[in-house]
Each structure stands twice: as C-alpha cells, then as structure tokens.
Design a protein around this ligand. Sequence first.
Ligand SMILES: *Cc1c(COP(=O)(O)O)cnc(C)c1O
Length: 439
Amino acid sequence: MTPTRELVALDHAHLWHPYQPNDAWLANPDPPVVVGAQGVWLDLADGRRLIDGIGSWWTSVLGHGHPRVRAAMHAQIDRMGHVPIAGVTHEPAVRLAARLCALAPLPLSRVFFSDNGSTSVEVAIRAAFQFFAQNGAPQRTRFVSFEGAYHGDTIGAVSVGGVRVFHELFAPLCFEVLHVPSGAGGAAWSEASLAALDRVLEVHGSTVAAVVVEPLVQGAGGMRMTSPEWVRGVRERCDRHGALLVCDEVFVGFGRTGTLFACEQCDVAPDFLCLSKGLSGGELPFAATLTSERIFAGFGGDPSRTFFYGHSMAGNPLGCAAALAVLDAFEHDDVLGRARARAGEIAAWVPRLAALPGVAEVRQISTIAAVELDATPSYLDPIGARVARAALERGAWLRPLGNVVYVVPALTIEPFELDRLMRILHDAIAATTGHPELR
Ligand SMILES: *Cc1c(COP(=O)(O)O)cnc(C)c1O
C-alpha cells in the first residue's frame, strides 16, 4: 500500500475535488484518507474511524457494503459486467424496470436508465421538450422551477437550478426557465409560492413544457422543507395548464423522507420521476427516469421521432443488480420501519439542538435533520467548514451547506451509532459557537 504521506502528496499534485475550495484543500497536509467503509463507518489510514453522518453525499441509504448489495454485485460481475441496452436487452435491466414501475405511482410504467442524478433530470427535460415538439404543442418550450432548487450540475440541470452561488455565473449558457419562489418555510410561504406559480402559469402556461420540483425537501439548497400540500398544489396547477410535472427524487427517493418515494406521501403522481443516489445503495453511479405510457407513446411512429438520447452505460447490469438488492432490502428487512424508529430518536434531539445558542432553526423530516445557524444564509459562510472540522475531530464526517449543518445517515444506522452522531453534531455546533459541550 502506498504510504499515506505519499498519497496525500499525489492527491495534492493531481486531484481536483468537487465543491472544494482549492486553497483550503492544498493547505491541509493531513486530510482524512479513507481505507475502508462498512455500515456507517469509514476507516481512516491513521487508524481512526469516522461515522458517515452524510450517507456519503446522501447516496448510502443502506450503509456501506450492505450484504445484500455486495452479494448481488459480486454475482453480477461474475456473469456479466457492462453491456448497454443498445439493440439488446438483459435480465437485470428488464427486472429492475418492471419492479420500479410496480412500486412507483401510476401511471409511471416506463424506465429510462442513465448514470447519475443530473442525467436523470436531463432525460426528463429533454423528453418533455421533445414530446411536445412532435405531438402538436411545439410552443411548449419552457420550464418552471423553484428558487433554491438543485437538480444537478450538467448545464440542463443547472438551467432548472435555483441556488445562486452555484448557478448564477452560468446563466448565459442556460436555457430560459421561469423561476418561482419555493414553498419552503411554512404555510404562508407555501401559499405565496402557489400564488406566484398561478401568476406565472396564467401568463405563460400554454408555453410551459414542465414544472420541475424536489418534493418535500430542497436538498442542496439548504435542506429546505416543503409540505405535501404544496407539492400537491404544484401538481394541480400543472394539470390545469397542461404542463408536465417532473419530480426530482434523486435525494428524497429511497426512504429518505419516510416513504419509498416522497411523492407517495404527497399523493402525487408525477409525469417523470428521477431517481439516483440511493437507487444503487450509493455503491455505483446509476440512475433511472420513470415516465408514463402517454409520454412513451409520443415517441412512436416515424423513426425521426425517436428519443435520440443515451449514455454509454445505459442499463449497466451492475447498477441494476445493486438496485434490485436495494429493493429486496426495502421489501424484506423493514428498512422503512427501522428508519421510522431512528426518526423518533432524532426528534428527541431537536429541542436540544434548537436550544443551543447560535442556532436559528432546526428542521427535520424522517431521518434528515438540519440545523440552520445564525449567520449569513449563504453557502459561502465559513461557519459550516468550522463545524465540519469540529465534527471531524470528534469522529464524524459532516459536510455543511454553508450555515446549514445537517445529518443524513444511512437508514440502517443502529441506535447507538445514531446517538453518537447526534452527540457529535450537538458538540461540534456548541464548540463552534463557543458554548459548553455535553461532555
Ligand atoms: C444530488 C442531486 C442531483 C444530482 O445528482 P448527481 O448524481 O450528483 O448528478 C439532482 N437532483 C437532486 C435533488 C440531488 O440532490
């Protein structure tokens, strides 16, 4: 094995990390070097162990190396690695597509595979646009999205994004999107958001192809939570104006909000459902976009009406096998029941966190808990990085969004692990804001 010092030197010479200020990274001679990951634990080269408090960027819904997922991937690689579903088909892709459709709300009955969350949204945008272009409504060329939205980092996904720090610079490269205030922040905001959506759709409704929404939680925008009623209100307005609804469940899918899909508890059936992250248990890059028979049928007839879109890794058998194993776990291991119990334990921490000086608000839905600190509400606020450092010293991996510090643990986290994580969250915030810790 390469000695740690040498690894760090090579990293500093050659790697470019995502969402990472370069100078701060290069100035740190001692970054965590991960050598193993099991369950919610990361093993570091120096022998320390960290709790993965962020579910590896929200992907690790079942923890690292889940036995079902690992076994399925082993079995699959021994039979067949990558074969794209290009003029051929295979059992992993077929079985997964059928199983996702059986679980998703009606009328979702078709699955398009790609390999990450951004592309799952890109697929929905492109398909919605082309659907109208070739089915009698070519004037429907625009999209509506919400302030604070995050749908990924390709230019299409950035176009429908609404986080200024990430997206503003790229405005000249983006297509036209009508931005509406989101319903996050309580009943009054929800009503104001729907009223704004009404105003936009009254003027532009006949030219809108689709409305794109993160149901229940705007994740990267700062763990901003919306109500099921708001999501339902968005669906009703799409119906009224003939626009399609894209539910981006790349983050909230796979049990993150307490149900397999967030749209279930909103009683909403989208026209497109975008899935990634937890879909493969977070072990492989993999994504799916589900849609209805009506949309699929709009691409039939003359070959020029084909959806000319695809990725080299389309229908990757390993991703499919991992996803089938994830669904097995949800079906047989009572993952959602365990998550409900953990959500109750997190809820008990909410008042303690809210009582900490320097805390403006604590938000929770199921196993997602977010602490908004009194600071400039900005992704660039340095307080997040300070809390992350304090958490690292205490044994947890956190990755705050500016002044919003959150935990998104694996749904399979054990009660003692969760207690430890919540304690570290509490203490890291207390230490950063200069107040006494629990111990
Ligand atoms: C993470 C995320 C994406 C982008 O997924 P990538 O796999 O990082 O491209 C899209 N939408 C939402 C809601 C996300 O949280």
